[in-house]
Write a new protein. Structure first.
Length: 159
């Protein structure tokens, strides 16, 4: 039978291992993000564009879809305008749920030009939803959060 001291020691070893694995995963993720952002930003942009912050305008940050049918693929396009003095470079677009699939149309975006982030939502779960899409860029106050919300009806359609 293990002593109380042995149990505490084993628990501390497991916590230390978990902590170390977490640090390794975070470091791996950060190194991957740095290499990804440098590969995206080297597409024939000037050094000033790569290092400078620009301004982004998003006319509709929150879109309310209202009631939607269950098991439909819902689409929406968020428009992003470059209102700054430098090219807008979008490094990454991430959703907070696997049920949202964002797709960036183009990056970099020239000054006074725009791009679109198309978002598809799989409405398989009934009830209210509010999903976030994070846009990581060289714009001031990055990341920017886009929100898609609505309510999936619980009605079952039988053909």
């Amino acid at each position: 039978m293990e002593s109380e001291y042995s149990k505490k020691f084993n628990r501390q070893i497991w916590l230390l291992c978990f902590f170390l694995v977490t640090i390794i995963i975070c470091a791996y993720y950060l190194i991957g993000k740095q290499s990804h952002s440098s590969s995206v930003s080297n597409n024939s942009l000037s050094l000033s564009d790569q290092q400078s912050h620009t301004k982004i305008e998003i006319p509709n940050v929150v879109i309310d879809l209202g009631k939607v049918k269950r098991h439909e693929l819902i689409g929406y396009s968020f428009k992003l305008l470059n209102k700054g003095k430098y090219s807008l470079i979008i490094y990454d677009v991430k959703a907070d749920c696997h049920c949202i699939v964002p797709e960036l149309m183009k990056s970099p975006v020239a000054v006074k030009d725009s791009t679109v982030i198309s978002v598809k939502y799989d409405s398989s779960q009934p009830g209210f939803f509010q999903k976030k899409i994070m846009v990581f860029s060289n714009a001031e106050n990055s990341p920017h959060t886009l929100i898609m919300r609505g309510e999936v009806s619980n009605d079952v359609v039988i053909n």
